[in-house]
Design a binder for this molecule. Structure first.
Ligand SMILES: Nc1ncnc2c1ncn2[C@@H]1O[C@H](COP(=O)(O)OP(=O)(O)OP(=O)(O)O)[C@@H](O)[C@H]1O
Length: 323
């Protein structure tokens, strides 16, 4: 079962370059959350701060009563065992077979017998659809397979928290869609807390329970998917609807200036697509019926919301579709 991550007043700089400051939010336990933002806003740096690979200038990262930036060697090592991390490029060892890469954390962090290591490694490889690729080397498989190998390795210690840095970058839309389904199924099966950094608004619109946007050296917003997709905040609205008009520009200099807000018209939010369901069709333990957040705030979903490609209305027919 997953645990929550509570971030309080986090600030990070490199020399005189402030990456972000005063970032505070909670990644809810057992849910899927996504962190988005224009390139260079420090999303990867943020994930590294969560697992103590980088230290913030100040602030806290609370996990189960422990403040990660304060942990010393041994405690930090133990804490990292609770995380499964998928790095941007898969971060596989080129000189090891895919099997040995996936098995690596088990051999490094546990005293399991070789037969148990084998069973567990094969189980996770099957989970990500890599059965049969055990003897291949990272240089011999596709980018998508490398990502899945990285994910299998991230899962092999049965982590309570899974962090994934752009798992969908460089993948075609079909593979991206399979990967999103995989995250949903993993969350359904294990209840792990999942935080995904992505650029892909297609993924962000259908996958997470919560999402947030890093922009202008801070976290502009973080909250339930329905809240973000109907947000009137200019940057949030622009980003999640992929519009050119708004405060986010081509270059970071424009992002830091405020001028384009003067000409900004507040466009109507686009329809909200239904969220991806687990493969078995049953809602995840933390999944709320479509429209829950909007109803709780007395809001109407934008016209056409929650209707899938087959024309099924997930808001109206939720009990029947999930029965
Ligand atoms: N170890 C480091 N030393 C100095 N600067 C760094 C270091 N790591 C990252 N940076 C800088 O921090 C900024 C944010 O980098 P980061 O990779 O986190 O951005 P990102 O939002 O993940 O970008 P992208 O979406 O393009 O992957 C960049 O300007 C980068 O050059």
């Amino acid at each position: 079962m997953g645990v929550e991550i509570r971030v309080e007043g986090l600030r990070k700089s490199f020399g005189r370059q402030v990456i972000w400051e005063d970032v505070s939010f909670t990644v809810p336990a057992g849910q899927i959350s996504a962190l988005l933002g224009p390139s260079g806003t420090g999303k990867s740096v943020f994930l590294k701060n969560l697992i103590g690979l980088l230290r913030p200038d100040r602030g806290h990262v609370w996990v189960d009563g422990q403040d990660v930036p304060e942990l010393r060697e041994r405690r930090l090592y133990e804490m990292r065992r609770r995380f499964g991390v998928l790095f941007q490029d898969g971060a596989l060892f080129g000189s090891m077979s895919v099997f040995d890469n996936v098995a690596f954390p088990l051999r490094e962090h546990t005293r399991l017998s070789e037969s148990k290591v084998r069973a567990k490694t094969l189980e996770k490889m099957e989970m990500v659809g890599l059965s049969g690729a055990e003897d291949k080397f990272p240089g011999e498989i596709s980018g998508g397979m490398r990502k899945r190998a990285g994910l299998a390795r991230a899962l092999v210690l049965d982590p309570e928290i899974i962090l994934a840095d752009e798992p969908d970058s460089g993948l075609d839309p079909v593979r991206t869609s399979y990967l999103s389904q995989l995250f949903v199924d993993i969350n359904h099966e294990t209840g792990a807390t999942i935080l995904i950094v992505t650029h892909d608004i297609g993924t962000a619109r259908v996958l997470p329970d919560n999402m947030g946007l890093l922009f202008r050296r801070g976290l502009v917003a973080f909250g339930p998917r329905e809240m973000i997709l109907t947000s009137r905040d200019p940057a949030v609205n622009q980003f999640f609807n992929a519009r050119r008009e708004g405060p986010i520009g081509m270059a970071e200099e424009k992002d830091l200036a405020d001028q384009s807000l003067e000409t900004y018209h507040d466009p109507a939010p686009a329809p909200i697509p239904p969220q991806i369901m687990p493969s078995d069709g049953r809602p995840r333990r933390n999944q709320t019926p479509p429209g829950t957040w909007l109803r709780a705030h007395g809001l109407q979903p934008p016209p056409g919301s929650f209707i899938d490609a087959e024309g099924r209305n997930w808001q109206q027919d939720w009990p029947r579709l999930t029965a």
